[in-house]
Design a protein around this ligand. Structure first.
Ligand SMILES: [Zn+2]
Length: 289
């Protein structure tokens, strides 16, 4: 097996999550220095077929995501009163719809049918992957938003560099990502260590067509971005779970048989979970390249 090098600090990464690796037939690596987690061989399944139940996905995510979007929009307003923005991985266009009319939004989305739905509200939506499918005429933007998308794209340093090509100097990058320092992540990691892999497999979304390729910490993510001429303006915790919508959240996985029971258990432990470190954060950077 070839050596896997950390994109953040160039250290040799260690093979981790042996139980999950064995079951999923793929290898996970962790940097002993900065704790960046990476599964370099994971690719997006472009057939877009998976065990993801779209109806439950919508019911589970719509409310909580709109709360997240308010958080993102308040941050944009703080640093940029108006401008033209790109929503990478815009899905159904929910986020673009939430943006104030002072901003002109465009999106890019790999699934053609979904991209078409997103464009129904009048936003320009490109079909394909960012950045390789962005047309030249798109030009450069005042801000770029990655809402729960960044962690799905492989070769993160390349993604930072290529994003800069689409961003004005002084432009804003807003990125929401899940964190490996979160309470739920730590619990799932502990379960994996003792042989129960289900929770960690779900967090990495390994059975969905677009799994997570990375898990970051706040510290290593800021370090990475800083290397490529981004300065951190602000980072806020995001509470991305809605205790009232957990059944749908569990049942997004078509194989899930105990969604109702698990949702009840979740509601019982939610007051404790709420006090643990957040499982997600939103970062605002300024590009000074
Ligand atoms: Zn590292």
């Amino acid at each position: 097996m070839s050596v896997v090098i950390c994109e953040n600090c160039n250290k040799k990464m260690k093979y981790v999550y042996k139980n999950m690796s064995q079951i999923e037939q793929m290898k996970f690596y962790c940097c002993p220095n900065c704790r960046l987690l990476w599964t370099p061989k994971l690719e997006v399944n472009t057939s877009f077929q998976s065990k993801l139940d779209e109806n439950n996905r919508e019911a589970a995510l719509k409310n909580i995501r709109s709360k997240e979007f308010d958080q993102v929009n308040n941050l944009i307003k703080k640093y940029l009163p108006k401008g033209r923005g790109l929503d990478v991985g815009c899905a159904y266009g929910w986020y673009m719809k939430s943006v104030h009319k002072n901003y002109v939004m465009e999106g890019i989305e790999p699934e053609a049918a979904i991209a078409q739905k997103a464009s129904k509200d009048g936003h320009k939506v490109y079909t394909g992957f960012f950045p390789q499918d962005m047309p030249k005429e798109a030009g450069i933007y005042d801000f770029i938003v990655f809402n729960n998308v960044w962690e799905h794209i492989n070769h993160t340093s390349k993604l930072i560099k290529e994003s800069s090509r689409f961003l004005k100097r002084g432009g804003i990058m807003i990125i929401t990502i899940p964190l490996s320092t979160g309470g739920l992540y730590k619990i799932s990691e502990f379960f994996e260590k003792v042989g129960r892999t289900k929770e960690l497999i779900r967090l990495w979304q390994l059975h969905f067509h677009s799994p997570h390729v990375y898990y970051f910490t706040k510290k290593n993510f800021v370090e990475l971005m800083t290397k490529y001429n981004y300065i951190l303006l602000e980072c806020q915790d995001v509470r991305g779970l809605d205790p009232k919508r957990m059944r749908e959240r569990f049942e997004m996985d078509m194989d899930e048989q105990y969604g109702k029971l698990k949702a009840r258990l979740f509601q019982m432990i939610y007051p404790i979970l709420k006090k643990l470190p957040a499982d997600k954060a939103v970062f605002v950077f300024r590009y000074i390249g």
